[in-house]
Design a protein around this ligand. Sequence first.
Ligand code: ARG
Length: 568
Amino acid sequence: MKEKIASLAEQTTHWTAEEALALISVPPDTSCGDWSLPCFTLAKKLRKAPKAIAEELAAKFPAPEGFAKTEALNGYWNFYIDKASFVKNILSDIKEKGLEFGFAKQKNKTVAIDYSSPNIGKELAFHHLRSTMLGNSLARIFKASGYKVERINHLGDWGTQFGKLIVMYLRENLPTDEQTLSGLTVKELNKLYAQFSKVSKDEPELEDKAREAFAKLEKGDEFYRKLWTAFREATLKELKRIYKIMGVDFDHYTGESFFETHIPSVVKELQAKGLLVNSQERDVVLLDELSLPPCLIRKSDGSTLYATRDLAAAIYRKKEFNFDKCLYIVDNGQALHFRQVFAVLGKIGCEWNNDCEHIPFGLILHKNEEGKWEKGKTRAGTASLLRDVIEAASEKILAVINEKNPALENKEDIATKIGVGAIVFNDLKNRRLMDVKFDWDAALSFDGATGPYVQNAHVRLCSILRKSNKNALELEFKSEELLDQNSYDLIKALSCKEEKINIACESREPCTLAQYSLELAEAAHRFIHNNRVIGSSEENSRLFLVYCTQQVLESLLELLGIAPIKEM
Ligand code: ARG
């Protein structure tokens, strides 16, 4: 409808369509119309009072197509929609497109998204949730916006942490036969890790040993390589188990180790361009002209660094995917690292470095003993590992189900989906740079701005559809039966889906959809509360609206990466 108003505005020759689109707003009070175009910016240009301009326009276009009427009020040109035709358009569109209502056409553009990308060799910590879920949702949002999406897990599977594990493993004299190695678990590795931290306090030379071990691994030592492979496989197995519970997927597991063989050519390129400088026994690229500290490329023992591998990875991605955008969903603490990497890319002539974007986010905060928010461990279940948090959340939800709906089938599975959904929603509901306050009771509540609240709205809609025993797609609806305030408000909310997806995509902010899903859930609850569906004389029309709302809500939950359960 906004487009319709914009093209009308263009006909008046006072605005261009783009100018009008930027000005059109929704009046705070529906009695002033559904949309409104302010005429104040024209006063100077036309040398007339805005009030007079609006009056002239309303008189000239009293009822353009799709609108019941237009009116002037205090310098605003207000548009009143023809409600019945609006209702018919929106609901017919949803009937045709189903879950894909509001999605964009294919754009012939590719976006590569680097997310989750944890350092492995140890277990996923709770804070890994942020990159994982923001990236998962953004991948879905970009796909809905018509992009081809390459989902990349840039695992931290190379680096001194593996030197530490190797040193500790050998020091403990653990068996290195195939069978033992292939049976290793992350728990065991985590223990080794902890042991290393403890022991190296008294024996600081262990740190050097770990660095040496990693250098040996980098030079291709076969036995070390065998250990490394076993450590990597053990962590990857657990990682994939957790991703499955969270409903997270990747197209590529190209971790840092993958780029080992690509690094020599990057270093050569830097040398050829005269960019590599030796400083304090390391090879660096100076970035003084950008007021950035030097980017470290190679240590004195020849081993490479995080940034070197990111340079190789970016070049590889451009070659492999020819991306239009490459997004890095990584915490704000790494902002400098990405500025340096993108700058070095620019220096070696990769003009596409402008298409690389760091998408930063804030921390997860927990309440400490005094009730103050701080970075650190979760209490109340004292969990800091992601799997423990998921388990604790699921258990808490299962207890609620056992109390309220003990006969529910598959209740463990549903409890996990609600528990995970609650944690994810809590993570995505605010702008990403805000720190996330994690409070068990608030996140798991079925009321308020929570995942369970939105899932519950979806469940209610599904249950009405089930009870009706009718095939929703065969229902004939009458627009005139859906013009009461509750129905109409709900339909208006449904109509915003495309716009909200656009905003979420452009701003790289899944919270746009989280907030929208809350508004929709509220409108749905209100509609259900006030309008009897089954057995009413408007049954078919109302039932069809229930179906449309269910489709939009299901799709929104999917875009957020939350399971759209049908029962709870
Ligand atoms: N492994 C890194 C970490 O845990 C994040 C990697 C992000 N991606 C990248 N291409 N640097 O801090």
